[in-house]
Design a protein around this ligand. Sequence first.
Ligand code: PEP
Length: 250
Amino acid sequence: MEKKNIVAGNWKMNKTQKDAEEFIKNLAPLIKSCRSSVYIAPSFTALSQSLDAAKETNIIIGAQNMHDETDGAFTGEISGIMLKTLGVEFVILGHSERRHIFNEDNSFINRKVIRALKDGLEPILCIGETQKERSENKTEEVLEEQFCASLKGISKEDAQNIIVAYEPVWAIGTGKTATSEIAEHVHLFIRKLILKHFDKEIAKNMHILYGGSVKPNNVEELMQQENIDGVLVGGASLDYKIFAEIVNKA
Ligand code: PEP
């Protein structure tokens, strides 16, 4: 089967139910004939409306986070099974905002990845170094640590359902995109990590997305790189016309 690129939008804490519905209704006709798979992650409160609006379209709806337990005394949290039964198909895990603002560590993220897979959700695992780590030449060390610890205990069979997103923290929401050379260099490193931890087939098939200030004017060059299989878009996914442009150029 042909490996399709993925263009994923992460809306973060933006858009009410009405905004989400309008966005999807406006976006759908613009991206009908795109070559990529299109993923959108609204806030929990807009999931239901987004799922309804995305019916009969090529847009796949996911969540931005989940807890690792199925139920219990975890005030304010949402479980994988709640998402799955709503109709959600994927979940973003380990986003740098979760790691840095909410202090999520690799072991918690690992438990979430395991739970998401058990619940039938496709995890998009985000990994990425900070500016300080990059300037100290620690990029590969940090990525290997995040990758290995977040995917600890994952079988080859389950690995087939995981997407990895390389999101350098210094490029998120800053307007500083990694050059296509930097991104490709890191993606190749991640591809080799997948090979080392799983096998050749999984390394070939696993999607590695790039995220960090992706815009209509840089998406084509990024997508031309051999090891970039798609993009994860934050800020530029909030406007349906801009997002449609990214999708159609990818
Ligand atoms: C993100 O939050 O995943 C992201 C990539 O954000 P932005 O595109 O705004 O840098």
